[in-house]
Design a protein around this ligand. Structure first.
Ligand code: BTN
Length: 328
């Protein structure tokens, strides 16, 4: 474990720890502790220092732990998992698994990180991924057919993420096409699906989930759309390792179901969770923006947009609400 991770795990309980005690416990110098605290603060963590008492984290944090995640998984789900790599820091958990997929790593390989330096979002965007208790989770899965048959998979995964959040009491969470997880029209989580393989199969899919739990407001100032985190909307503290285990179970279950039945069984749920149907919106494509009223999705997961009585079908793009028409 890297020294910053060790310092943070000692501070995680939100009690005061003197620099001297931390140095003693970790067998390093006080200067090393000081440097580590500085780095953790620069990463966005709020750490107080009080003369005579030491350092204290402003908000408690449950660090990711492979053993706790495995323990929270049912024995049946554990059988589907080849390995779980829990990293302190990585460029991107998706990119990490992409490297393993190319080396023919088996499906059921999972990567989590406390922080991503180059978190990837959809359409080449960045996913802001600071330290501080969010979830950056990727799952690698192998499927017997070609990548072309994977369209709709990310919508299916989105419904399973919403199910998981409903199960912990967050009933107002829903989806926004194609696979954003939203709460009252603010983005709570995003899914990035990266696929590859032979056109006739087999293929691999990497599902990357970024879920805001405790997002530092200053760092999040760079996010270009309304957002929210779980800590602001949940009634009780989030048990991060338990939630990760539930998300992994839901994602694996979705892969298994999708492999046999495709998107079809997930369509009713997606339509039930769609928070944007009937709203005026703008669909942003690479070189143009198309206005219209959202008419839900077709059975393949394409967006249906109605404009001047005509419905058009779209496979890609980003939707934003047209505030002029939806104003109350
Ligand atoms: C989006 O743009 O909405 C998708 C965001 C996906 C972010 C997650 S975080 C874990 C995984 N690793 C990445 O680099 N991206 C995905």
């Amino acid at each position: 474990m890297n020294i910053d991770a060790k310092v943070l795990s000692l501070l995680a309980n939100c009690e005061f720890h003197s620099g001297e005690l931390l140095a003693q416990l970790l067998s390093v110098s006080r200067a090393t502790i000081w440097k580590s605290i500085k780095k953790l603060r620069e990463s966005g963590l709020d750490i107080y220092a009080v003369r005579g008492r030491g350092y204290r984290l402003a908000d408690p944090i449950e660090l990711l732990n492979q053993a706790s995640i495995l323990e929270a998984l049912s024995p049946e789900k554990r059988m589907d998992i080849k390995k779980i790599d829990v990293l302190w820091e990585v460029d991107s958990t998706n990119k990490y698994l992409l490297g393993l997929a190319r080396d023919d790593q088996e499906g059921g390989t999972i990567c989590l990180a406390e922080r991503q330096i180059q978190g990837r979002g959809r359409r080449g965007r960045q996913w802001i991924s600071p330290l501080g208790g969010n979830i950056y989770l990727s799952v690698l899965w192998k499927l017997p057919f070609g990548p072309a048959q994977l369209s709709g998979l990310s919508l299916a995964i989105a419904t399973s993420v919403v199910d998981t959040l409903h199960n912990i009491g967050l009933k107002e969470v829903g989806v926004k096409w194609p696979n954003d997880i939203v709460w009252r029209e603010r983005k709570l989580a995003g899914i990035l699906l990266e696929i590859g393989g032979e056109s006739a199969g087999p293929s691999f899919a990497i599902v990357g989930l970024g879920l805001n739990i405790q997002l530092n407001k200053e760092i999040a100032a760079d996010i270009d759309q309304p957002w929210v985190d779980l800590d602001s909307i949940a009634k009780k503290p989030i048990e991060r390792n338990k939630l990760v285990a539930e998300l992994i179970s839901a994602i694996i279950q979705t892969f298994n179901r999708f492999e046999h039945d495709g998107l079809k069984p997930f369509l009713p749920k997606w339509r039930q969770y769609d928070q944007y149907a009937g709203k005026s919106a703008v669909l942003h494509l690479e070189n143009e923006s198309i206005p219209g009223v959202i008419n839900g999705i077709d059975d393949h997961g394409s967006l249906l947009l109605e404009y001047n009585g005509k419905i058009t079908r779209h496979h890609s793009g980003d939707v934003s609400l047209d505030v002029r028409h939806n104003a109350t």
